[in-house]
Design a protein around this ligand. Structure first.
Ligand SMILES: [Zn+2]
Length: 679
């Protein structure tokens, strides 16, 4: 169970693979005009101009599936975490509670000898429990137990804001239970999907052969069973594009109604098993999933269902088992991402501590890297960006005064969180035992599941964070109506105190503008200032908005991501709208700073470039990127963000401001004939 669904993040990072081994913290590369390829005309392909030399001089490290500033920064943060964790591990009995937990979880993870010596025995209690199941009701009891400790077979259960009363947290049940990252891998034979399915079949067969203990030894044809059941789950899933529309996820009903949707789920038992409070209502995000899978639970034999559940547990545990399981899991990840080598163990372990005890490790991280001045400067920039978006909205020609008034109210209500939480999560009840890696992971997950379930039917805790402090990312949450910037992203090339304002407005300024715009994209605009799913637009303004975002959807649907695979303009619509709006209001904010500067310093050229040109160069630098073809294909299916090239070129060709800054002419590729303009 993991927190914070339905938030709009700045980018999606795959769960696997960061960069090559390094031993000491080095500053991440900041902005430099050395990345520019001056042989390219910026009006023909601005991304290639801004990033050409960077692309020429960069290699994707062997243990990466992509190389981009976010990953470079994540590498640097990992180095810092590495130092913190080694110190905490070595600390001995004098350590405080935080260092004991993060140090011992890291120590358990680094002790490969102990992990290898235990082998599959680490998972034996869980596998024995599955073997002992005698009927389908007991199977649901077991799924409840498994959900609490991390793996998520069959469906998911969590808590989140009530869509119509954001101040209140309610229970949710949702589709789930797939091994592959998207339903299309199971259902479509296009591209390399068949190869990926074959990789899954190989992975299942290999792991079952390795784990051939007890009943699992009899799982001949296990891979076929897993693929068959997961394909049925995939068929019943709502696709990602449909899920972006909040009305498709809005199905609040009574507990009895939910139970009746799929009697074979025995949800009443399940809710008791996980110790949920006696709630009366819940949201069923995709009711059709439960109706459809009810039949699958009927027609599949108990043995087949046990095989599927056993698989889900093995797969989720594989990275924390002995070497052969780690290798099998990595080989499968390779088929999805193209990554050549597995990352060093210390990196996997630091990432694990960030995932499981992120606000404990985060406390130490913040002490090490995040000075209070950074927070003050960010707050000032956020204020400048909010002012620009306010002006932008007031000046829109297509929106009525009535809707403008409502939009201003929503903008004024957006909260911001910068750096790290005011209140740190208390992990004192998590039992971390040195030398018991899988047990540690299960107990940390159990803590998180209980925490999530305990929130049901209580007021929303608006102080809570959905990302850990070292995360190189940012998000907007519509139910919280807030923008959030973890300390991890407040560094070069996004935010560099040594750089001119122009470069910083093109970097972190644009990120702030992007997150603010999410409050007004095709999803965000449907939520009111309090975070409720509620239409505050006049009918005509709503139609005007839809017309304008259709322009953006059509524009990006024509971009080719890899081979002949084009982007899904509807899946990426919210992010593309936010990129376009974010760029426009960040540049507006920079123009204000230039206009207010009496000294004339802000309008001076640096390295031969005007501030406006440096703004666009700073923006381009952030998205310089290389991806392996496998991961590029995966992202087209799963990622609501466009690849770096289109995050840059797709935006600038809609901006008359860009045309002016670079003296481009009508008819050139970076000057769109029918430029899209929403915000
Ligand atoms: Zn975003």
């Amino acid at each position: 169970m993991r927190l914070f669904r339905f938030m709009s993040v700045l980018l999606a990072l795959s769960a696997v693979g960061w960069s090559q081994t390094s031993t000491s913290a080095k500053p991440a590369a900041g902005f430099s005009i050395d990345t520019i390829d001056k042989s390219v005309d910026p009006c023909v392909d601005f991304y290639q101009y801004a990033c050409g030399n960077w692309i020429k001089n960069s290699e994707i490290p062997a243990d990466q599936s992509q190389w981009v500033s976010f990953v470079e920064l994540h590498e640097r943060n990992l180095d810092i975490e590495h130092g913190i964790l080694e110190k905490a591990e070595a600390g001995g009995p004098g350590r405080n509670a935080i260092d004991q937990k993060i140090g011992d979880l890291y120590g358990s993870c680094m002790d490969e000898k102990a992990v290898d010596a235990k082998g599959i025995r680490a998972l034996k209690p869980e596998l024995d429990r599955i073997d002992a199941i005698k009927d389908k009701q007991a199977l649901i009891d077991e799924i409840a137990h498994i959900h609490m400790t991390g793996p998520s077979p069959l469906f998911s259960f969590y808590s989140s804001s009530d869509m119509h009363n954001a101040d209140q947290v309610i229970a949710y049940i949702d589709q789930g239970g797939l091994t592959l990252p998207d339903r299309d891998y199971y259902l479509k034979d296009t591209g390399k999907n068949k190869d990926v399915r074959q990789a899954l079949v190989d992975y299942v067969s290999q792991v079952f052969a390795l784990a051939a203990t007890g009943q699992s030894a009899k799982d001949s044809g296990a891979a076929d069973t897993v693929l068959r059941i997961e394909t049925e789950l995939a068929k019943a899933e709502m696709d990602r594009t449909a899920r972006r529309d909040p009305k498709n996820r809005d199905h609040k009903m009574t507990r009895e109604e939910a139970v009746a949707l799929g009697p074979n789920f025995y949800l009443d038992r399940y809710f008791q098993d996980v110790n949920a409070p006696a709630f009366k209502d819940l949201n069923v995000t995709n009711p059709d999933f439960f109706k459809q899978i009810n039949g699958v639970l009927e027609s599949e034999s108990l043995d087949s269902l046990k095989t599927y559940v056993r698989w889900q547990v093995l797969h989720a545990s594989a990275p924390w088992l002995s070497q052969p399981y780690v290798d099998a899991n990595f080989k499968f990840q390779q088929a999805l991402t193209g990554q050549k080598e597995i990352q060093a163990r210390w990196k996997r372990c630091a990432n694990l501590v960030d995932r499981e005890l992120g606000e404990a490790l985060g406390q130490r991280y913040v002490e090490a890297v995040f000075p209070p001045e950074s927070k003050a400067r960010m707050l000032k920039m956020v204020g400048e960006l909010e002012k620009s978006l306010g002006e932008d909205i007031q000046n829109l020609s297509w929106m009525s005064d009535e809707t403008k008034k409502q939009a201003a109210v929503k903008l004024a209500a957006i909260h911001n969180k910068i750096g790290y939480p005011d209140v740190w999560r208390d992990y004192s009840s998590v039992d971390i035992k040195l030398g018991d890696l899988l047990g540690d992971v299960q107990r940390a997950n159990l803590f998180e599941s209980k925490r999530e379930i305990n929130k049901i039917d209580k007021p929303l805790d608006r102080k809570e964070w959905g990302m850990t402090p070292p995360t190189v990312n940012a998000y907007y949450s519509s139910s919280f109506n807030e923008i959030v910037f973890p300390a991890g992203i407040l560094q070069p090339p996004f935010f560099d105190p040594k750089m001119d304002d122009a470069v910083n407005f093109g970097g972190i300024g644009l990120v702030i503008g992007h997150e603010l715009t999410h409050g007004f994209d095709d999803q965000g605009r449907k939520f009111d200032p309090q975070g409720n799913f509620h239409d505050w637009w006049t009918k005509q303004d709503g139609e005007e908005f839809e017309k304008r975002v259709s322009c953006v959807a059509d524009e990006y649907s024509n971009f080719v991501a890899v081979d002949d695979l084009k982007l899904n303009g509807r899946l990426t619509l919210g992010e593309n709208t936010a990129d376009n709006g974010g760029a426009r209001i960040a540049l507006m904010a920079l123009e204000h700073v230039i206009a207010d500067d009496k000294s004339g310093k802000e309008s001076q050229k640096i390295d031969g470039y005007t501030p406006q040109q440096r703004f666009f160069l700073g923006f381009g630098r952030v998205w310089c990127e290389k991806r392996r073809p496998e991961v590029a294909r995966m992202r087209v299916l799963t990622d609501p963000h466009s690849p770096g090239k289109y995050r840059v070129d797709g935006v600038v060709q809609n901006m008359p401001e860009f045309e002016k800054a670079w003296s481009c002419k009508a008819g050139q590729p970076m000057v769109a004939e029918n430029a899209c303009h929403v915000w």
